[in-house]
Design a protein around this ligand. Structure first.
Ligand code: FES
Length: 94
């Protein structure tokens, strides 16, 4: 079960939501979720806690916390994933 307290304020984290790895950013209590697949060639992104970016280990793309591209080679923002929060539990909004 994914809990909102799993993702610290103003930080991102890869968490498991309903059995899926999801990249979640806690924007001052508003949670934004993205696919962990880099939009370049699909490697799994990681949260960079020093630079506050989502980084791809394969070819160096960097994404801002809101999923937009900071550095290529990726050209496209991370794909958003719809989530909902009830009683501090994060679930997919299917
Ligand atoms: S797959 Fe992410 S930078 Fe290439």
């Amino acid at each position: 079960m994914a809990d909102t307290s799993d993702v610290p304020q103003n930080k991102g984290k890869i968490i498991t939501v309903d059995g899926n790895n999801v990249a979640v950013f806690n924007d001052k209590g508003t949670f934004k979720a993205f696919s962990t697949s880099c939009t370049h060639l699909g490697c799994d992104i990681e949260w960079n806690d020093t630079e506050n970016t989502w980084d791809c280990p394969c070819h160096g793309s960097k994404f801002n916390p809101d999923g937009s591209v900071k550095n290529g080679p990726a050209q496209r923002a991370l794909d958003p994933i719809a989530i909902k929060i009830e009683n501090n539990q994060i679930t997919l909004n299917l």
